[in-house]
Design a protein around this ligand. Structure first.
Ligand code: DGL
Length: 279
């Protein structure tokens, strides 16, 4: 049996399009409904209560679109509020971006030492550490918040001398700790892959959460027998919503997904809030 309903994906902004890019690579026939909360991005430096409330609103919007799977493509919301989002959307299967990257890292670390980089809220929540140690308690996890990475990516400064200086500034302690895997625990970080790999030793494997999350979505849809028909152009049928037409949103979206998106639509913030109140 096939299921032509869309997959819902949300993020605090446009960075979650790194997950959408990987979804289309694996499943080009799937239709995506994407919501990027550009009006309130970034979430990473906010309190847990605020992150939870925003995450619930984002999820409710996608729930109203008759989706078959919800992907929380924001490490910050996945770290702080995944269970609340699950409660909100009831029957719809929900996956976050934390566990898929952890599962991959656990199978790859020979030294049993894994590094994780992310926003302040993600590292403060210890979500990666908890997920990794629930699989293998003997693994040591080193977390490092890197708050300057998101603005660098937002500005498109991904391969400049200052990028390498900032990467070096944050990562030198992790490199010295003897890790052999480093999880990119933020939607924006795949765009810094070259600068990060160029800075850390080549024996440290970078784990891209976006890629492993798309693989998890693929496995879940196959297990549920809920893939869309083969002969469909998923990208052409997809819808992309943002909560504010921030400057350069089109250029920024293109950087994350690797192609031009026409017709990005606006969903006003009060509409998101009303959906939760009206439930
Ligand atoms: N999407 C966020 C994450 O993956 C990064 C940007 C933000 O701080 O909102 O953690």
């Amino acid at each position: 049996m096939s299921d032509g309903r869309p997959i819902g994906v949300f993020d605090s902004g446009l960075g979650g399009l790194t997950v959408v890019k990987e979804l289309f690579r694996l499943m080009p026939n799937e239709q995506i409904i994407y919501l990027g909360d550009t009006a309130r991005c970034p979430y990473g430096g906010r309190s847990n209560e605020t992150i939870e409330s925003f995450g619930i609103q984002d999820a409710s919007f996608l729930e109203s679109k008759d989706i078959k799977l919800l992907i929380v493509a924001c490490n910050t919301v996945s770290s702080v509020a995944l269970e609340k989002v699950r409660e909100q959307v009831g029957e719809i299967p929900v996956i976050g971006v934390v566990l898929p990257g952890c599962k991959a890292a656990v199978t790859r670390t020979a030294e049993k030492k894994i590094g994780v980089i992310g926003t302040r809220a993600t590292i403060r929540a210890s979500s990666y550490k908890k997920a990794i140690q629930s699989i293998d308690p003997s693994i040591v996890v080193y977390g490092k918040e890197c708050p300057l990475f998101v603005p660098l990516v937002e500005e498109g400064v991904v391969n400049h001398d200052i990028t390498y200086s900032v990467v070096q500034y944050y990562l030198y302690e992790l490199v010295d700790s003897g890790i052999d895997c480093l999880i990119l625990g933020c939607t924006h970080y795949p765009l810094l892959m070259e600068a990060i790999q160029g800075t850390v030793s080549s024996r440290i494997e970078l784990i891209d959460s976006a890629m492993w999350t798309a693989k998890e979505a693929y496995d879940i849809l196959n297990a549920l027998d809920a893939r869309a028909e083969e002969d469909r152009d998923g990208f052409a049928q997809s819808h992309f919503y943002i909560t504010d037409f921030v400057p350069n949103f089109e250029k920024s979206a293109e950087r994350f997904i690797g192609k031009k998106i026409n017709n990005i639509e606006l969903v006003p913030l009060d509409q998101l809030a009303d959906l939760v109140i009206g439930k």
